[in-house]
Ligand binder design. Structure first.
Ligand code: SF4
Length: 232
């Protein structure tokens, strides 16, 4: 298990649908771990762990109409005890047009400098994503209640011109302005002085994020990544 600075790609083919994936195995083998709730500095131009926003400072870009309809409906039906901004959601909705740099479509609204679904520290119903908390209340997977980009991060999928797909970590350059406005980028290592590294997990990413990876590349490739990470 390692904390890689460089991407390293290997190709895998899904035996079910034949999709050819180029996968950053250096990241899959690494000990990256999400720091949400553990002083994540966030994605702002200054490190702000006290805000406990993680990557919720920006609204989530939604994949398509079906996902937009789901999130819109959830925004109107979440238990107010779990959703700090439920009043604003009922009045003005939870979605907006996505910024230009996100290829059009729709995104969740940003309210008071964070995603409308982000419950702030001190909220009695629990801080963090109201969708995540509500899914757990119902005994369901938060993956089924949240925008795709939220459960995939920091994994990113690219569709390549040759018909293959790439699974890799988000790079600083993927963010608006090429990432120049980010004080911190959780997939980078090492970090600037005084900022934490997220390469502190006890398990390889292919193990700790197996469910998420399986949801992207399918269970067969997720199993192969899991097995090779354990053997590494
Ligand atoms: S994915 Fe990265 S930026 Fe987002 S909460 Fe986790 S560590 Fe922080």
């Amino acid at each position: 298990m390692s904390s890689p600075q460089a991407e390293r790609f290997e190709e895998f083919t899904d035996p079910v649908d034949g999709t050819r994936w180029r996968i950053d195995v250096a990241f899959a083998d690494s000990n990256w771990q999400c720091l949400w709730g553990n002083d994540c500095p966030g994605i702002l131009d200054v490190a702000a762990p006290e805000l406990a926003q993680g990557c919720c400072s920006a609204g989530a870009h939604l994949l398509g109409d079906e996902e937009a309809m789901l999130i819109e409906a959830l925004g109107l039906t979440l238990d107010p005890a779990r959703f700090e901004n439920h009043g604003e959601a009922a009045t003005n909705g939870v979605l907006r047009e996505a910024p230009d740099n996100l290829d059009g479509g729709r995104a969740t609204r940003v309210l008071n400098d964070a995603c409308i679904f982000h419950n702030r520290p001190g909220f009695s119903g629990g801080q963090g994503c109201a969708l995540y908390l509500a899914a757990l209340d119902e005994g369901e997977s938060p993956k089924d209640w949240r925008p795709t980009i939220c459960w995939q991060v920091p994994i990113r999928v690219d569709e390549n011109q040759d018909g293959t797909k790439t699974l890799r970590r988000w790079r600083r350059s993927d963010w608006g302005d090429g990432g120049a406005g980010l004080a911190w980028c959780c997939t980078e290592h090492p970090q600037s002085d005084g900022l934490p590294s997220a390469y502190v997990g006890e398990l390889p990413v292919a193990v700790s994020l197996r469910s998420e990876i399986s949801g992207i590349v399918g269970p067969e490739i997720a199993q192969a990544l899991h097995d090779r990470a354990i053997a590494t």
